[in-house]
Design a protein around this ligand. Sequence first.
Ligand code: PMP
Length: 326
Amino acid sequence: MYLNNIVEAIGNTPLVKLNSVTKGIPGTILAKVEYFNPGNSVKDRMAIRMVEDAEKAGLLKPGGTIIEGTSGNTGMGLALAAIAKGYKTIFVMSDKQSKEKQDILRAVGAQVVVCPVDVAPDDPRSYYSVARRLNQETPNSFYPNQYDNLSNAAAHYETTGPEVWQQTEGRITHFAAGVGTGGTICGVSKYLKEQNPDVYTLGLDTYGSVFKKYKETGIFDVNEIYPYKTEGIGEDILPKNVNFDLIDQFIKVGDKEAALMTRRLAKEEGLFVGWSCGSAVHGALEYAKENLKADDTMVILLPDHGTRYLGKVYNDEWMRAQGWLD
Ligand code: PMP
């Protein structure tokens, strides 16, 4: 029994009950642990799907180069897909992303271009702009654009959503996930709501991001945009993969609360997960404390692995320098 290549190991991640951080909170609270994917993140699922859809559409041809703007995890997923299928990869990321993420991408053979984070999305130096320009300049290249490429949400509609439904034997009542491109929550939500329209979906957002205000008022408020530290969630754009009708409520979680919960997940649950996992759990539990009933089942999706944050949330000195640890 063997897999033909590593991308065949994507998906079918475990659902694990949270036992300690949930003490005193009603209901059954389960974590969908996505670091079990071969690239150690949820993004493996959409990466392979974007590549295969592009091949079918004739957008990606043999010998081609995949160029993407990525906070790291999508890059890892695309790199694994590229290795399995014989493509080259160039990833453009902002300088706010951890050094580990850059090093990991280089380790799997990608070329990495780092851009400043503190410029507007339409600035030619932004990672969005640089990725687009490299795509125009590089012959036979493909720019997946995870934000607006609907293969992203489709991957979760076809894999993550059905897995969560089957693993809870249809008992899921609440689904919570951080929102970056929106692919994860919207793909999963669409599938779950088709099975049971009463499943309630919670999108975790950050301070410094436009999503929550836009959902509540329909206003794209530039005053909502300011620097924050959490990686992978919150945006200063409205990606096409975010379908606001599929996200019932947004909750904002601060960088510090997210970092502290991430560390608790490692120490108390044995889940050595990434920073946005702390955001997702902190925000979902705030909601659960007030709203969950004893027979409810909530699933919280944990996107990635802790190795990528060893220099930050898992580093006591770094935490103290932020003023987040005594
Ligand atoms: N957490 C991390 C660490 C991520 O890399 C991402 C992807 N940007 C997310 C959460 C959010 O997932 P999505 O893009 O599917 O909304």
